[in-house]
Design a binder for this molecule. Structure first.
Ligand SMILES: [Fe+2]
Length: 283
């Protein structure tokens, strides 16, 4: 069964650079170590953009070093509005791009296809899918008419009721027309928003998750909201034939594990440990 992991909005700085009140390098290493300990059988890591905060070559070089050191799982990197496509490509020449140089690619499983899209327009924080990118997507969907498809974007093409709507993807209607050419788009994943959200867009299921470094609080007033530090998570997808399950995992903290009578603990108590570690009873 395909098992792949979405990580998003790393916002890495050059070496030694904190961002707001957290260190994005530390957060990324924590995520990758948690994946190594608990999700080592995943086939792919998909990073859905904002790999760096300001797009410096030094930040991409640090990202490359961290990935080399912390994971053996193959990864696919996408860019977001905080990235710089040219600097990214200079440090990651092995990451695939399309014929126009957009950071777009596919991953083929026997049972499904993953498509990673490039929604970045340099100089803008809004997302864009111009004719060239949409044409590429249409062709990749046509190649996979007999397979379920999973799509990854940085910018969502719809409002979520928050201030970030001002910088969402603007080419929603032409994108939708292309998506309608495929009968089995199983799920869409987004970054950009820094919040865990699930729902659907024109009937297509979708989700997005907390960024690794900083998060957006829930503010449905439509006003611009401050970023905050808080939980960080990655999303694990199990793509089992007709069933798609997306697990969100907050990897930063060790939570109390509650053992109830009849479950091997001999009584009700709790203690702090990693939730994925085997639970032993205490006399
Ligand atoms: Fe971001």
């Amino acid at each position: 069964m395909p098992k792949f992991i979405q990580l998003t909005d790393v916002h890495l700085m050059p070496p030694g650079g904190a961002l707001f009140d957290t260190d994005p390098e530390v957060r990324l290493r924590q995520a990758l170590r948690d994946i190594r300990a608990n999700q080592a059988d995943a086939e792919w890591l998909i990073f859905s953009g904002d790999l760096t905060h300001r797009g410096e070559p030094e930040a991409y070089a640090l990202l490359r070093d961290i990935l080399d050191q912390e994971t053996v799982i193959p990864y696919r990197l996408m860019i977001g509005n905080h990235d710089n496509r040219d600097n990214f490509r200079s440090i990651f020449p092995d990451q695939p791009v399309d014929d126009n140089g957009f950071v777009q690619s596919v991953i083929d499983y026997d049972s499904c296809r993953l498509i990673m899209l490039d929604t970045v327009e340099h100089g803008k924080h809004t997302g864009h899918m111009d004719e060239a990118r949409l044409s590429w997507l249409k062709d990749r969907l046509a190649e996979a008419l007999d397979k379920p498809v999973y799509l990854f974007f940085h910018h969502p093409p719809f409002d979520i009721g928050m201030g970030v709507d001002r910088i969402r993807m603007v080419d929603d209607e032409p994108l939708l027309a292309v998506l309608k050419t495929h009968p089995a788009i199983r799920h869409m994943y987004f970054g950009h928003v820094h919040r865990p959200i699930a729902g659907s867009w024109h009937g297509i299921p979708m989700s997005m998750s907390y960024g690794l470094n900083h998060q957006a609080g829930l503010n449905l007033s439509g006003m611009k909201h401050p970023d905050r530090s808080g939980p960080a998570e990655y999303a694990v997808t199990l793509a089992d034939g007709p069933t798609t399950v997306v697990h969100f995992h907050d990897f930063l903290y060790l939570y109390p594990v509650i053992i109830t009578p009849g479950m091997g603990g001999g009584g009700g108590f709790k203690r702090t440990m990693a939730e994925n570690m085997p639970v032993k009873s205490e006399a």
